[in-house]
Design a binder for this molecule. Structure first.
Ligand SMILES: Cc1ncc(COP(=O)(O)OP(=O)(O)O)c(N)n1
Ligand SMILES: Cc1nc(C(=O)O)sc1CCOP(=O)(O)O
Ligand SMILES: [Mg+2]
Length: 501
């Protein structure tokens, strides 16, 4: 991914480069982002401990803000070590000002109070921390910090509830590295979502973990800046740190007994590495015994999604080999069954791959070629029954977490949406854009055929296909075209040219 954004990091300077702002800048650079730093304290420390902390004066911090604003305007600010209340007042002032200029500004607060190797770093009062939290979008403490902030010995979801009672956070990532458990589990809670989302990693045998918290929060800030949903940002940040630690573990012999962070950073995560789970939202579907039947990829390259049997008949008559019947205003069950039956028959007559959207039970009964389902259907649809009936299955996805959830059921294809703004339906998520589409495609690495959907016009077809997807799906580019026959021919031209290269 290479959409450069500007990220500011506010924190202390660690001369050993394991933690603090120099570590953050290394992570930003490793992930191809433009980073700037504001220094709150000069420390003398390494992975074995902190020997001295010299806070910078509040006025010096204030001038750093002024100097940086002349250069850039951040999309994300990461805050970690704040030495004292006077600094917190300066930061609160600037956050307010920057938010006025950019209401989309996202602030991540990693409340570093002491170093992992031991040593107090901050004299920040409880009131100052509470005021900061109210100004932040995401609070990401580790267990020690969360317990210190709440004066509680609880853990897990209960600890997050304690945090919420004390501090007015909009979202919390509770880092599990210090929980003492066998697996390291990070929990995400968001004020506007039910339940929590968690990512688990096995504990690696790396002994010197100085700076893992900073590395994690810096990577998380990058993924947020790249407009990933918080669940994805947490998942990717965790993969990033896991990969960095794994790399260190593998290299430990050649690197001698030095700290892990000197062994290099891994770059953008490229594939699935860790398990995740939802506590209350639509859970993970059970893994099925066998993959869903495959589709004919050559027939799949252009995929009209159509809202009537007349359109299906027309498209198949024009030679289209994959279509979807997507009926959204069907109230009469008999009529609905009739439409699905006709679509199935037409599919057989034209030797085409006809998918039925939503109505999986009727699709089974009518012997359809396949069904297309959304994420919310995953919890309610009987996937085993669809598989047992031999139907193909297509699944919608809009994020890495949804992609990974879809992969568990080994579908016949995965839809990636919505790429551009669409008039066809209200989408709860943001358009993905081409860069993210390319990232998703690389992430999937041809595990399943893919189809891009959402706002794809004739002009956009070529750059979308260039991201490596197996197919493009369109609704209005065909059904609202002034001359649908011509539009279809033009799409065929672009698709054939792309796949003949
Ligand atoms: C090819 C393709 N991709 C995505 C969708 C969207 O399906 P879903 O999320 O189930 O939403 P509705 O279409 O039911 O509104 C699709 N239909 N086809
Ligand atoms: C039905 C649908 N599903 C989407 C998804 O992202 O899951 S986008 C979409 C509508 C696509 O219509 P158009 O080509 O007119 O933009
Ligand atoms: Mg649907």
């Amino acid at each position: 991914m290479n959409n450069e954004t500007v990220i500011w990091t506010i924190g202390g300077l660690d001369p050993s480069n394991g933690a603090g702002i120099s570590r953050d800048l290394a992570v930003f650079q490793n992930l191809q982002q433009r980073g700037y730093s504001l220094c709150t304290a000069v420390t003398a420390q390494n992975h074995m401990g902190v020997s001295c902390v010299q806070p910078v004066k509040a006025d010096v911090l204030n001038q750093q803000f002024q100097a940086l604003l002349e250069l850039s305007s951040p999309s994300v600010i990461k805050i970690s070590m704040i030495a004292d209340d006077a600094q917190a007042t300066v930061i609160a002032h600037w956050l307010e000002k920057l938010r006025q200029q950019n209401p989309q500004l996202f602030v991540v607060y990693d409340p570093v109070l002491s170093a992992s190797a031991g040593g107090q770093l901050s004299t920040l009062s409880g009131d100052a921390i509470a005021a900061l939290c109210a100004n932040c979008d995401l609070l990401c403490p580790n267990y020690h910090e969360a317990q210190a902030l709440t004066e509680s010995q609880k853990g897990g979801v209960e600890l997050i509830h304690e945090l919420n009672q004390k501090l007015d956070a909009r979202a919390v990532v509770l880092k599990g590295g210090h929980s003492g458990c066998e697996a390291v589990e990070d929990l995400l809670w968001q004020h506007n979502r039910a339940g929590t989302f968690s990512v688990k990693a096995s504990r690696l045998a790396v002994s010197k973990t100085h700076g893992t918290g900073c590395t994690f929060a810096a990577a998380l800030s990058v993924f947020v800046a790249q407009n990933f949903e918080l669940e994805d940002a947490l998942y990717l940040a965790k993969c990033y740190v896991f990969e960095a630690l794994q790399q260190a573990e593998n290299n430990v012999r050649s690197a001698g007994n030095g700290p892990w962070h000197t062994l290099g950073l891994p770059g953008w995560p490229k594939h699935r590495q860790l398990d995740f789970a939802f506590s209350e939202q639509a859970g993970l579907p059970a893994e099925l015994a066998a993959p869903f039947p495959s589709i004919d990829r050559e027939k799949f390259r252009f995929y009209p999604v159509l809202d009537s049997i007349d359109w299906v008949r027309w498209a198949l008559g024009q030679g289209v080999k994959t279509v979807q019947l997507r009926l959204k205003d069907a109230s009469d069950e008999q009529q609905l069954r009739q439409h699905i039956r006709t679509a199935v028959k037409l599919g057989r007559r034209y030797d085409a791959q006809v998918f039925i959207n939503d109505y999986w039970a009727l699709a089974i009964e009518e012997g359809a070629y396949g069904v297309h389902l959304g994420q919310e259907d995953l919890a309610s649809a009987d996937l085993n029954a669809i598989a047992a009936a031999g139907l193909r299955l297509g699944l919608s996805t809009h994020s890495i977490v949804e992609i990974e959830r879809a992969c568990r059921v080994q579908p016949s294809y995965i839809a990636l949406g919505h790429i551009f703004p669409t008039q066809t339906k209200d989408m709860p998520s943001q358009p993905q854009g081409l860069t993210k589409l390319g990232f998703y495609q690389q992430w999937l690495a041809d595990r399943f055929p893919t189809v891009a959907i959402g706002g794809i016009s004739l002009q956009r077809a070529k750059p979308v296909l260039a991201q490596g997807v197996s197919s493009i799906a369109v609704v209005t580019a065909l059904t609202k075209a002034s001359k649908p026959g011509e539009a279809l021919q033009q799409f065929n031209g672009v698709v054939n040219e792309h796949f003949s290269q």
